[in-house]
Design a protein around this ligand. Structure first.
Ligand SMILES: [Zn+2]
Length: 180
């Protein structure tokens, strides 16, 4: 089983979700460079052999968090961080079809971890509707997801996780209020 969380609906958001919270404590799933390579392997399906600087990965993740999930106007500072990572690597544009629609997709070469991460971020920023990036409503949960439901009513990172916990908490509160 993977030790990472893949509920974001897009690798760019799953990248943000490598910082999680458990019992109110923040946990960074990128503790070592090998964690980043393992994550990239699980996302891309390819063996990524790349020297990398963990502080740079975290700097990129922090910039991506602001650009993708803060709701703020994009600022030069964060854009520069992503661009610096994008300048490192190579890749190619491809066409992909999904549900009868055609889209461009950038396929990074698997030889530079920071570049791969930045290309996921750039791909998402260029094509996504950022108003559909939402935080999970679970108490103390810090995960985000891309709400691709038709009605745009997704509220939880996962029904099995926060969805259930919140339902149980609500039920408990209601039954206590009813004196039960
Ligand atoms: Zn959650």
């Amino acid at each position: 089983m993977s030790s990472f969380v893949f509920i974001g609906g897009d690798p760019a958001i799953d990248f943000l979700n490598t910082e999680i919270a458990q019992e109110g404590r923040r946990i960074d799933l990128f503790g070592r460079p090998d964690d980043v390579l393992q994550w990239l392997k699980e996302v891309s399906g390819r063996d990524v052999r790349s020297p990398l600087s963990l502080p740079k990965v975290k700097q990129l993740r922090a910039a991506a968090r602001v650009l993708i999930a803060s709701g703020r106007r994009p600022r030069r500072r964060e854009v520069d961080v992503v661009n610096a990572a994008l300048a490192r690597g190579r890749g190619s544009f491809q066409l992909r079809t999904s549900k009868g629609e055609i889209r461009t997709h950038f396929q990074p070469e698997a030889d530079d971890a920071l570049f791969m991460l930045a290309s996921y971020v750039a791909d998402f920023l260029a094509s996504a509707d950022l108003s559909l990036v939402k935080p999970c409503q679970g108490t103390n949960c810090v995960l985000h997801f891309y709400d691709t439901t038709k009605s745009h009513t997704r509220r939880w990172c996962s029904m099995a996780g926060c969805g259930n916990r919140m339902k149980a908490a609500l039920h408990y509160r209601r039954s206590r209020a009813a004196g039960g």
